[in-house]
Design a protein around this ligand. Structure first.
Ligand SMILES: Nc1ncnc2c1ncn2[C@@H]1O[C@H](COP(=O)(O)OP(=O)(O)OP(=O)(O)O)[C@@H](O)[C@H]1O
Ligand SMILES: [Mg+2]
Length: 262
């Protein structure tokens, strides 16, 4: 299919995933456009992480389809999603503890040395460190110290910032962030939020999962509400209150109000 301006960057349709008898994701539908921040909110266990993991290839859905620029994405393959331009910061921040910050950033995309050494598979550590440092500078990350420190020696918040930096360095078109500011102090949170703004300005689509509703109202262009594995409402942040969003999350709205709010 030829992508036109009207083709959304991402379209997920009818995604479903059960774990045994538990229907974690019953109906995952999502559209993300270029230059758009879409927030996914919902109570604990609503299925948010399962949903984005199906899009990012970390989980293979039982049913449904995902299209990027109108092209069907191979499901259940992190590599296919990455090749298509999707980069993801997972809630559990999978990182190799014994590798350095720089190595984690470039893990599986390591910078090879030029010439014969590169063809033999040798990694250019110096270039990798320089690029990792430049990336940290670009993102305004100053508290990390040194990119040769091992990931295992970092604090939870520092690790989170590295995970965001890694995703930024890999994203082609879409970046998905699952609770990227959950463990962060004020300054690091601001860096992540500034990064989200910058990605949007550069034309990326951003999917943000967060329980920080005031912040979501501030940063998102659209808010998608999940409850019990389903997308149940979609609202524009303008004029919304945290209270109303919470009532949608908990199902305290009548069906009529819900569809009126979407
Ligand atoms: N690998 C798994 N095996 C079994 N059950 C799972 C697995 N992953 C998730 N679940 C279950 O699926 C449901 C949805 O989980 P999910 O992690 O998607 O929720 P969430 O909306 O991201 O919640 P939170 O806000 O707490 O991160 C939960 O009931 C959870 O226990
Ligand atoms: Mg989650």
């Amino acid at each position: 299919m030829i992508a036109t301006d009207e083709t959304p960057l991402l379209r997920a349709r009818g995604l479903k995933k059960s774990f045994g008898h538990l229907e974690a994701l019953r109906e995952g539908n999502l559209i993300v456009n270029r230059r758009e921040v879409v927030a996914i909110v919902g109570d604990n266990g609503a299925g948010k992480s399962t949903f984005i993991s199906c899009i990012a290839g970390a989980i293979k859905p039982d049913a449904g389809e995902v299209f990027l620029n109108g092209n069907p994405l191979e499901l259940g393959s992190i590599h296919a999603a990455m090749r298509a331009g999707i980069a993801t910061v997972y809630q559990d921040l999978a990182m190799a503890p014994d590798l350095s910050v720089a190595e984690n950033i470039f893990l599986s995309t390591e910078i090879r040395r030029r010439g014969i050494a590169g063809r033999l598979g040798l990694i250019d550590h110096k270039a990798m460190r320089a690029r990792a440092s430049a990336l940290m500078d670009e993102l305004g990350i100053t508290t990390l110290g040194d990119v040769t420190a091992t990931a295992g020696s970092l604090s939870g918040g520092q690790r989170q910032v590295v995970a965001v930096a890694r995703a930024v360095s890999r994203a082609g078109e879409l970046i998905i962030l699952d609770e990227p500011t959950a463990a962060l102090g004020a300054k690091q949170s601001q860096i992540v939020l500034d990064t989200i703004h910058a990605m949007r300005e550069r034309g990326f689509g951003v999917v943000l999962i967060s329980h920080d509703l005031p912040r979501v109202l501030d940063i998102a262009d659209r808010i998608v509400v999940m409850r019990f594995g389903r997308v149940v409402a979609e609202v524009a942040p303008k004029g919304q209150t945290v209270r109303h969003i919470v009532s949608l999350m908990l199902g305290e709205q009548s069906a009529a109000e819900e569809s009126a709010g979407s």
